[in-house]
Ligand binder design. Structure first.
Ligand code: ZN
Length: 124
């Protein structure tokens, strides 16, 4: 665990986060070995934080990794170099089902404000 300002600037390997123009990343000192190991394993990361004693250490990985790959490749790779509980995070596109007017009728009747919010949110 380190303070928030105790970071190391690491150069990004060519195959990691290829769209990022600035080819370096600030990494909390106590997780530098983990992040370097993930990169050596060609695991594409997008961000990380040691948690600073308040949260588990975490790493954000690129989209495209399946749950199975996370379980069988990424968590084990982390465990090879660090014995703390880690959280692996991932941005994913998720389809959100449209709420039908029938299922929201209770709220519509109870609040005109909700109707206005619902109408405006359809424009987004
Ligand atoms: Zn730390």
């Amino acid at each position: 665990m380190c303070k928030q300002w105790e970071q190391t600037v690491l150069g990004l390997p060519d195959d990691i986060d290829i769209c990022k123009k600035v080819r370096s990343a600030c990494v909390d000192n106590c997780i530098v070995p983990v992040i370097r190991h993930l990169w050596d394993c060609h695991i594409n990361t997008r961000g990380c934080c040691c948690g600073h004693g308040k949260e588990n250490p975490s790493v954000v990985i690129a989209d495209g990794y399946s749950d199975d790959e996370i379980q069988t490749e990424i968590y084990p790779a982390i465990a090879e170099v660090d014995d703390r509980d880690w959280d692996v995070l991932q941005w994913r596109i998720t389809k959100v089902p449209k709420i039908t007017s029938q299922s929201q009728s209770g709220c519509v009747q109870s609040s005109q404000l909700f109707v206005n919010i619902a109408k405006s949110s359809k424009l987004i």
